[in-house]
Design a protein around this ligand. Structure first.
Ligand code: CA
Length: 413
């Protein structure tokens, strides 16, 4: 009986499991002859359940099918062939490794996944609009998509920076946890929605380096009046600690440092800093990156353009940004160490750790500056509270898991 029943839905020797046909042993002579009565009964019952499920699905589909199903199918067919030609503008110099590779890879994957239906041309900073004009340009529809870092848009709302990174805050793994399973992404969508944008996490550098300095930093006094390129909340913290933060897009950092317009800069980490030749403009390379402990890079889509997409292309953007979010972290993880070796061994870079009292002073300023974000408006307050509550939770567990393990691993040497 089972063989006849399953034969109507699946090939001979297969049984229906939901939508799938799987080999069941039915109709396989050696399988049947070796079965005892109890096994046969169990398989028969299993087969009946599978048939009932399959029939139920078919009946359910028939009941749900609208009368105009053929027309609906034609509409879907038209959507399947429509090509969406988009522009993605970025805050990164064209062809920059790491940060700049991410939007290129994202566009390429979307082109392949969509069979050419989502065709995105990527522009480096300054090609269509300036690096720090990307947010407004996508908001207004000059381009459909952008790639950048949310801390560049603190002027729109100070809480925006929390979706990139917070000094002394979460690392990459924790940011992903907050965004995807801790309510962070929903808040980000709410904030960017006010600017006609739909945001996605689309890259992470991991913990950055504290930056390049043309003199040693031995005490908090050495920060006084120091002109340093440092965006985001970190810049506000440096200001509170007596420094002079400067916000420059990546492409302008090298010249500014080399010509003495700035005394110091942070950028990313060894892999991307080497690509900018920052070691030829400053000698001292400091860690740890207190100001960017795991910054999330972002992609954002103009909301009207997003809503015009069919659901399958929307899903591809969601999946492809997740992939690029992971891909960038993996690339930096794989390449930073060799780049640091090159900087030290081939270019004579002086690696230094920020003194404890400097870190303590920056931490104290950071606490004040971050708390002030909550005062901006009710949404900023909710973002601040969500971030800080998640940070407290994740710290508690990571202190006995990730951190405990890292300490353990280091203590073995
Ligand atoms: Ca940075």
């Amino acid at each position: 009986r089972a063989r006849q029943g399953t034969g109507e839905l699946c090939r001979r020797g297969e049984v229906a499991h939901g939508w799938l046909c799987q080999s069941s042993g039915y109709g396989l002579d050696d399988g049947e002859t070796n079965m005892n009565t109890q096994q046969q009964l169990a398989r028969w019952q299993h087969g009946v359940r599978a048939i009932s499920l399959a029939l139920g699905l078919l009946l359910g589909l028939a009941a749900c099918a609208p009368a105009e199903e053929p027309a609906a199918a034609n509409t879907a067919g038209a959507a399947d062939t429509q090509v969406y030609e988009w522009k993605m503008i970025t805050t990164w110099p064209k062809n920059l490794p790491g940060l700049g590779a991410a939007p290129e890879r994202l566009a390429e994957r979307l082109r392949i996944m969509s069979n050419g239906r989502l065709d995105i041309k990527v522009y480096g900073a300054g090609e269509l609009v300036g690096a720090l004009e990307v947010f407004d340009a996508v908001s207004q529809g000059t381009a459909q998509m952008g790639h950048g870092a949310a801390y560049y848009w603190r002027g729109k709302n100070p809480a925006a920076a929390m979706f990139a990174t917070v000094p002394f805050g979460m690392n990459a793994q924790e940011m992903n946890g907050w965004l995807r399973y801790g309510g962070g992404l929903e808040l980000w969508q709410e904030l960017y929605g006010k600017f006609n944008l739909v945001p996605f996490a689309a890259g992470n550098s991991g913990v950055q380096m504290a930056g390049w300095f043309n003199k040693e930093i031995n005490s908090i006094d050495d920060l006084q009046g120091l002109k340093m390129r440092i965006p985001g909340i970190g810049g506000a913290v440096l200001s509170r600690a007596g420094g002079v933060p400067v916000v420059l897009p990546g492409g302008e950092i090298f010249t500014a440092l080399q010509t003495g317009v700035i005394d110091a800069t942070e950028w990313v980490g060894p892999y991307n800093d080497l690509a900018f030749s920052l070691h030829t403009a400053a000698k001292y390379y400091y860690y740890p990156g207190w100001h960017e402990p795991g910054p999330t890079l972002e992609a954002f889509v103009n909301k009207d353009a997003w809503e015009a997409l069919p659901p399958d292309l929307q899903a591809m953007i969601e999946v492809a940004t997740q992939a690029i979010n992971e891909d960038m972290l993996s690339e930096f993880t794989a390449r930073n160490n060799a780049a640091l070796d090159t900087l030290i061994n081939e270019h004579g870079v002086q690696l230094r750790r920020l003194p404890d009292d400097v870190i303590a002073a920056l931490r104290a300023s950071s606490k004040e500056v971050v708390a002030e974000i909550a005062e901006a408006d009710p949404l900023a307050k909710r973002i601040y509270e969500s971030y800080m509550a998640y940070l407290e939770d994740v710290r508690r567990y990571h202190s006995i898991s990730e951190q405990a393990y890292m300490n353990l691993r280091e203590s073995a040497d």
